[in-house]
Design a binder for this molecule. Structure first.
Ligand SMILES: Nc1nc2c(ncn2[C@@H]2O[C@H](COP(=O)(O)OP(=O)(O)OP(=O)(O)O)[C@@H](O)[C@H]2O)c(=O)[nH]1
Ligand SMILES: [Zn+2]
Length: 370
């Protein structure tokens, strides 16, 4: 009989001891955040990954609030307000636990079991802002040295996804479903059995209009090739593809839904000083100093780019999630060809002309300060 792990109808998987094997010093464990609206198919995806052959020892953190999950009832108990979680060790070498917070405490506790797993999957709750979880890995230096964020996977309900995206939010708040798509490195449109081709195309267009960087896959029962989900290296440069080339393929999108999130991208030749670049990014992300033509402040949710710092032989990668950003030197050197800055912004009220003008101004300043 095929073993089905973590089936909600089943009893707990059988527990077996797992031998810890020491990881080489400095090994960082990848974390993939699995997000998506309520009921889209996140847990189905986790179950699928766990039961597929992957030759990895995966630790899964389920972040469940819903009633009725047998798994949750058997695993997570909140005692006197204190989080208590128990790690189930599954027969294929995977670990699993269910928690009621944003999962970070669970990861910290999990790290005490270092050597027992080599991949972490974290399911957020349906209404979560995956950006908040993602950025924790950058701020929490203790976590940051043990693990790295590999990617954000957003599962979308083919049947109700469009409806979720259209929901009006009070006082200009961001629609959660749209935010989850804006932050995704991979978007999985699941439950395609429930919709027509036309509905699917419509939803795919809406997803792409929000996030011009995202890879989109269609699934039933979240069955997806694992190589598409794991080891994406979305926040570093180890994915083997030249990020600069990848960014060239991104197009500025048109708003598909009213007042929606969209993608803006551009290229500007030249170099700029790191200080001036920091001012540009901080004005944009922190000060909200840039406004669109209607006077609304630009709100960047995801930022990615390759920039050229004057005097620096290496290409520099820019990564941003909400207010947090990072600049990292890449192994790639600038060659003979002219240096080009390539940036991709995903967010609300973005105006390409304004952003471009501000960036060009920043590039022009390099002459003044060197
Ligand atoms: N028809 C259909 N149903 C699906 C598919 N994938 C998942 N489901 C069902 O959709 C329901 C929700 O799936 P889950 O995986 O629990 O979704 P989730 O995103 O984890 O849900 P929450 O954690 O409650 O937000 C379950 O009853 C699944 O069996 C699919 O491709 N087609
Ligand atoms: Zn779930």
């Amino acid at each position: 009989m095929d073993e089905v792990l973590m089936d909600e109808e089943d009893d707990c998987p059988e527990l077996v001891p797992i031998a810890a094997k020491p990881l080489p010093a400095g090994t960082q464990i990848p974390v993939t955040i699995i997000t998506g609206y309520l009921g889209a198919g996140k847990t189905t995806l986790l179950n699928y990954i766990l039961t597929e052959q992957h030759n990895k020892r995966i630790a899964v953190i389920l972040n469940e609030f819903g009633e009725g999950s047998a798994l949750e009832k058997s695993l997570a108990v909140s005692q006197a307000g204190e989080l208590y979680e128990e790690w189930l060790e599954l027969r294929n070498g995977c670990l699993c636990c269910s928690v009621k917070d944003n999962g970070l405490i669970a990861i910290e506790n999990l790290m005490q079991k270092k050597g027992k797993f080599d991949y972490i999957l974290l399911e957020t709750t349906g209404l979560a802002d995956p950006g908040a979880v993602a950025s924790m890995f950058w701020v929490d230096s203790e976590l940051g040295s043990d693990i790295y964020l590999d990617g954000i996977v957003t599962v979308i309900d083919a049947k109700f996804g469009m409806q979720h995206l259209m929901e009006e939010k009070p006082k200009g708040l961001i629609n959660e479903a749209a935010r989850q798509i804006a932050l995704a490195d991979l978007a999985i449109i699941n439950k395609t059995d429930l919709v027509s081709c036309e509905e699917l195309i419509h939803l795919t267009d809406a997803v792409r209009s929000i996030n011009g960087l995202v890879k989109v896959l269609e699934t039933q029962k979240s069955r997806v090739d694992l190589s598409e989900v794991l080891d994406l290296h979305s926040f570093d440069h180890k994915d083997g593809v030249n990020l600069s080339e990848k960014l060239q393929l991104v197009k500025t999108t048109r708003p598909h839904l009213d007042k929606s999130i969209l993608t803006v991208t551009f290229e500007v030749a030249g170099s700029l000083s790191e200080d001036v670049l920091n001012v540009f990014i901080q004005d944009l992300l922190w000060e909200k100093a840039f406004k669109d033509k209607a006077g609304l402040p630009m709100d960047v949710i995801r930022l990615k780019g390759i920039v050229s710092i004057a005097g620096q032989p290496q290409q520099v990668m820019l990564q941003g999630v909400h207010e947090l950003y990072e600049l990292n030197e890449m192994p790639q050197m600038w060659g003979e060809e002219p240096r080009v800055n390539r940036l991709v912004f995903i967010g609300r009220n973005l105006d390409k002309e304004v952003l471009l003008e501000q960036f060009i101004t920043a590039v022009l300043k390099v002459g003044e300060c060197t």
